[in-house]
Ligand binder design. Structure first.
Ligand SMILES: *Cc1c(COP(=O)(O)O)cnc(C)c1O
Length: 393
């Protein structure tokens, strides 16, 4: 369901204009400039089968969700967007839409933990197999592909929490050579900083819980594609499985998207300053940020991203004990999981977001700290980190 006629005047419009105007025209009866939260499960019909604008039942389509889905598509440069109850609901729908038993998927060897669990503990039960490859190594990804069996090459870039960078254009070529689709989880970069479809990806996945929503007040997910046949399969499975975004959640994400460009600029400004500050601090042994010239993915990130985003990871000299102490000592940076909201967050991946991969290939260093740098005043963020580092060394 998408009211494409609304968006014709936006052809060629800039990202910020599309973020604010795509997907919805002021309501014809009231002039409401923002889509109402259509809290309705069903729709009156004008005679049997006489649907008004195609609305029949809210699992199949809901006007608030339609506005979000059209906006998501417009921002990713794709023809079709789909909104889900969570990022993982989006991923699950995609797996079922594209894979059948004995199909194979190449996964990042440092995939988001929930994505790995979905493939490893759920999809395998239904006969969909997976094997890991580092997104940074195009040859390793090519070697992991099983020709004729691999259906998807799944990529995150930047990855979590080590912020590795995959070359989307090169990976798309490798996937397509083998008859596979390239799926890019664009959650960390956001549609503003990175446009995978334009670089050759076939499907873009988002946890809209993160930067798209941007205010830590909603859980949601999205899929965006350009290809009509792919869209039809996804749309059919979205309705058949039913993991859809509700109207209020859709409205929150839509509201968040309007300021995505502004937020990502400030997240990037602040994260660059945090990375520079940590790089000069004697208690810090390594700063991991794609915007730093010494990051191994810096050249690729510079090519495919507008800026480098709000996520910064760093390692401390005092080992796990000091990493844990810093996480407990900050005040502007709230100790918590998740990312991408206006507020700064700090966490210890080894004990928190990545605890479930301890002892596997995905294990992360114990002295690693991950920051989601928010949009507070930069000086306050730096002073907070300075105080926390001083109190723990
Ligand atoms: C959070 C996240 C997900 C999962 O999204 P949910 O909304 O939590 O279901 C998927 N991929 C990445 C990169 C994430 O950060």
């Amino acid at each position: 369901m998408s009211d494409n006629h609304i968006d014709e005047h936006l052809d060629g419009a800039g990202f910020e204009t599309r973020a604010i105007h795509a997907g919805y025209a002021p309501d014809p009866t009231t002039g409401a400039v923002i889509p109402p939260i259509y809290a309705t499960s069903t729709y009156a019909q004008d005679g049997v089968g006489g649907l008004r604008n195609g609305y029949e039942y809210s699992r199949s389509a809901n006007p608030t969700r339609t506005a979000l889905e059209s906006t998501l598509a417009a921002l990713e440069g794709g023809a079709h967007g789909y909104a889900f109850a969570s990022g993982l609901a989006a991923e699950d729908t995609l797996i079922r839409a594209l894979c059948k038993p004995r199909d194979h998927v190449v996964l990042p060897n440092d995939a988001y933990g929930g994505t790995f669990r979905l493939f490893d503990k759920v999809a395998t039960v239904w006969g969909v197999e997976h094997s890991p490859a580092p997104v940074t190594d195009v040859d390793a990804v090519r070697a992991a592909i099983k020709p004729g069996v691999t259906r998807m090459v799944w990529v995150e870039t930047p990855t979590n929490p080590l912020l590795s960078i995959g070359d989307i254009e090169a990976l798309a070529a490798v996937a397509h050579d083998a008859g596979a689709l390239l799926v890019v989880d664009n959650t960390f970069a956001s549609s503003y900083l990175q446009q995978p479809l334009a670089l050759g990806a076939d499907v873009v996945v988002h946890s809209t819980t993160k930067y798209a929503g941007g205010h830590s007040d909603v859980v949601g997910g999205a899929l965006v594609v350009d290809d009509d046949a792919l869209a039809e399969r996804i749309g059919f499975h979205q309705n058949s499985i039913g993991g859809v975004a509700g109207p209020f959640d859709s409205w929150l994400v839509l509201r968040g998207l309007k300021t995505l460009a502004l937020r990502m600029e400030r997240h990037s400004d602040n994260a660059e300053k945090v990375a520079d500050f940590l790089g000069t601090h004697p208690a810090v042994s390594q700063v991991i940020y794609p915007g730093l010239a010494d990051h191994p993915g810096h050249a690729v990130a510079s090519r495919q991203m507008k800026r480098y985003g709000g996520m910064v990871s760093f390692r401390v000299k005092g080992g796990e004990e000091q990493a844990l102490a810093i996480c407990a000592a900050t005040k502007v940076f709230t100790l918590g999981e998740s990312l991408g909201g206006v507020e700064s967050l700090i966490e210890h991946p080894g004990r928190m977001t990545h605890a479930s991969v301890a002892g596997t290939d995905l294990e992360v260093p114990a002295d690693l700290v991950r920051l989601s740098v928010g949009i507070e005043t930069s000086e306050d963020q730096l002073a907070d980190l300075d105080r926390a580092l001083a109190s723990t060394t």
